[in-house]
Ligand binder design. Structure first.
Ligand code: NAD
Length: 480
């Protein structure tokens, strides 16, 4: 038991003024491993005030010096990689190898934005073409101000890296609220900020739930920029809060992403990618490709391979290197997924995956389920389930696959498995999705971009766009 998680405000460990505590659990052993304060709006006030005080000096420091701090974040995470991967796996329930991949992604992200911070300084005042004879323009980019950052529980240290690294690189100061479900690994960021002697108030971490910390943070007039990753209903509330004061907002929300398999695809590769698309992190991925659209000529062969691959998954202790499927993050999430399985039964849908995978008699496990010929009106086809549940349909041709893929309220991601890269590219370019992976696993290198179309969000994280999200541009024009 790790005790009570404290806030980190103005470079100090601060006990919350709120008395209510929330349990932090290990979803495999179903035990209490820590408690987190539910926080109070006064804690948000204190953190925002600290961030505002720190802003002028952090902005003035310049990109090169800020980049050095981001490199120090990356170095410190790399030094603590094993310990933090173990902690993340324990708190979230994800297999250890997946937690290690998260650490690699987070480290790469801080490293990438160290470089972006340096580039930003080099680009300040660069000449831009006006298209008008006799005029010269220069562009400057200023930090957006104090950034309020809120993340979910499914990729601890990764979702936060995608916000904290570009915000600090841009010259913003930060108030970060991690998910109350997985605060343990995120707490390390405050320890690192202290260890690398980041100036007071530049990075503040406030623990707590949505009502007591999240909503007050989004409503706070001292916050200039909001960046939220999480569910659609909360995302819409964050956007409404940002409307007051016309504040800058980025949203990374849910998905119901498709995976397309053509008749000439390599079916072994397709099997691997379909399985990973809905079972990695036990399906708790915003980018889960949980709608399979497979050409009717290869549908049976693919489903046979998929059933065999599911049977080979090893559900068990997330810390055991042999484990490939961990439990869901908590009982609430298991109930959410179970409610969809009950809905499937009520709709007369029967999973093809029989017998179900053997599960440990402890932990919040859900056995992977595949449903075939799911009607497009079904809630299982249209809504994000956030668990290891795949809905499949056989299609006659590419046109039907594309039409069904795009018939969704979301547009976060997609995968295409086709016989050639060219064919996959051609299909990818017809899809309404922010990221499309062709004949490869889901990857999100920090130099690319991440974000959704339609109901999946607003704006992009990662890459140059992810930095621009924390910057305001000023164009200065005069006669040449
Ligand atoms: P959630 O929306 O319940 O919570 C996300 C965060 O918001 C948590 O820190 C929570 O405490 C906070 N919060 C809750 N109510 C709030 C309020 N009223 N105001 C401000 N903050 C509030 O989501 P979750 O259950 O933690 O995560 C699952 C969801 O996140 C899924 O829908 C998933 O698709 C989405 N997600 C999206 C991406 C992406 O990149 N698009 C990535 C990961 C997760």
């Amino acid at each position: 038991m790790q005790g009570l998680m404290h806030h980190f405000i103005d470079k100090q460990w601060v006990t919350s003024r709120g008395e209510r505590r929330l349990p932090v659990t290990d979803p495999y052993h179903d035990t209490l491993i820590a408690e987190v304060t539910a926080g109070a709006p006064e804690d948000v006030d204190a953190a925002v005030s600290a961030a505002r005080r720190a802003l002028p000096a952090w902005r003035a420091l310049g990109g090169v010096a800020r980049g050095a701090y981001l490199d120090a974040f990356a170095d410190a995470l790399a030094e603590r990689r094993d310990e933090l991967a173990a902690l993340s796996s324990r708190n979230n329930g994800k297999p250890r190898a997946e937690a290690e991949q998260d650490l690699s992604d987070a480290i790469a992200c801080y490293r990438h934005y160290a470089g972006e911070a340096r580039d930003l300084e080099a680009r300040q005042g660069e000449t831009v073409s006006t298209g008008e004879a006799g005029l010269v323009s220069r562009r400057y980019q200023e930090p957006a101000g104090v950034a309020g950052l809120i993340t979910p529980w499914n990729f601890p240290l990764v979702s936060s890296a995608w916000k904290i690294a570009p915000a600090l690189a841009a010259g913003c100061t930060v108030v970060f609220k991690p998910s109350e479900v997985t605060p343990l690994p995120e707490q390390a960021l405050a320890e690192i900020a202290q260890a690398i002697e980041l100036p007071a108030g530049v990075f503040n971490l406030v623990h707590g739930d949505g009502a007591n910390i999240g909503a007050p943070l989004t409503a706070h007039p001292g916050v200039d920029k909001l960046s939220f990753t999480g569910s659609n209903p909360v995302g819409e509330a964050v956007m409404a809060a940002a409307a007051r004061g016309t504040r800058n907002v980025s949203l990374e929300l849910g998905g119901k992403s498709p995976i397309l398999v053509t008749e000439d695809a390599d079916l072994d590769l397709a099997t691997e990618l379909v399985l990973a698309g809905f079972c990695y992190n036990a399906g708790q991925m915003c980018s889960a490709t949980s709608r399979l659209l497979v050409h009717e000529r290869v549908a049976n062969a693919l489903h046979d391979r998929l059933d065999a691959a599911i049977a080979e998954l090893v559900a068990g202790d997330p810390q055991d290197p042999a484990t490939t499927l961990g439990p869901l993050v908590n009982a609430t999430q298991r109930h959410r997924v179970s409610a969809y399985l009950a809905e499937a039964e009520a709709e007369g849908l029967t999973p093809t995956t029989t017998p179900a995978l053997a599960l440990p008699d402890q932990g919040h496990f859900v056995s992977p389920r595949v449903f075939r010929d799911v009607p497009t009106a079904s809630r299982l086809w249209r809504e994000e389930i956030f668990g290891p549940v795949l809905c499949a349909r056989a299609v006659r041709d590419d046109d039907e696959a594309v039409a069904l893929a795009n018939d969704s309220a979301f547009g976060l991601a997609a995968t295409v498995v086709a016989g050639t890269g060219e064919r996959a590219d051609a299909l990818a370019n017809r899809l309404t999705a922010g990221n499309v992976w062709c004949n490869t696993y889901q990857v999100a290198p920090p130099g690319l971009g991440w974000g959704g179309m339609k109901g999946s969000g607003l704006g992009r994280e990662l890459g140059r766009a992810g930095l621009d999200a924390y910057l305001e541009a000023r164009y200065v024009t005069r006669p040449a």
